[in-house]
Write a protein of this length. Structure first.
Length: 188
């Protein structure tokens, strides 16, 4: 048996099943969010679960953003360099190219300072912008200081959420079965 309700502009169809014992699931069917529930719940419990599942789906949708192309990534790199590196080093820091790659599954990014090229793992495309910015600035800092020196770390840590982003990546790596130290940002 199914019932449709409106939750803050979202059409929700409640589907009850006697075979369903404990689990509650939701999926989208066109413009309708279908919430599958076990029978025997009170109307208040059903409404609470419907709101919970719609909120989860909205959060998931907000986290999914369209992938940013290489051109936009390069523009972002230039902006980060202008804001965080140029004033400190006294000259423009510009890569020759910045692009997404699919062959980096054990590192988040890499830089070849002698060629001025930066590559970021496509896995970063599903992460928040402030995490991508952290990895991008890390790689940009290699254009100034190729090795992980004290000066390098001072340059690479200039994004507002550097420490938080490093923790995010470490947590992601641990959850993904990565090495205890997390994925590498680059291969130095």
């Amino acid at each position: 048996m199914a019932q449709r309700i409106d939750l803050d502009g979202t059409t929700v169809e409640l589907r009850r099943s006697a075979r369903r014992r404990r689990t509650i699931q939701a999926r989208r069917e066109g413009q309708v969010v279908v919430v599958m529930l076990p029978t025997g719940m009170t109307a208040a419990e059903e409404l609470r679960w419907a709101r919970t599942m719609v909120a989860r789906m909205r959060r998931q949708q907000e986290r999914r953003r369209p992938p940013v192309g290489d051109e936009a990534l390069e523009a972002r790199a230039e902006q980060l360099a202008r804001e965080h590196l140029d004033p400190v080093v006294g000259h423009p820091v510009r890569p020759v190219s910045v692009r997404w790659v699919t062959n980096q599954n054990h590192r988040w990014g890499s830089c070849t300072p002698s060629e001025g090229t930066i590559r970021l793992s496509h896995r970063l495309q599903q992460m928040p912008d402030w995490v991508v910015d952290h990895v991008l600035l890390h790689e940009l800092a290699h254009l100034v200081e190729p090795h992980h020196t004290e000066r390098f770390h001072e340059l690479a840590g200039r994004t507002p959420h550097a420490e938080r982003a490093a923790g995010y990546l470490e947590g992601w790596s641990a959850a993904d079965g990565g090495a205890p130290g997390g994925d590498e940002i680059d291969g130095d």
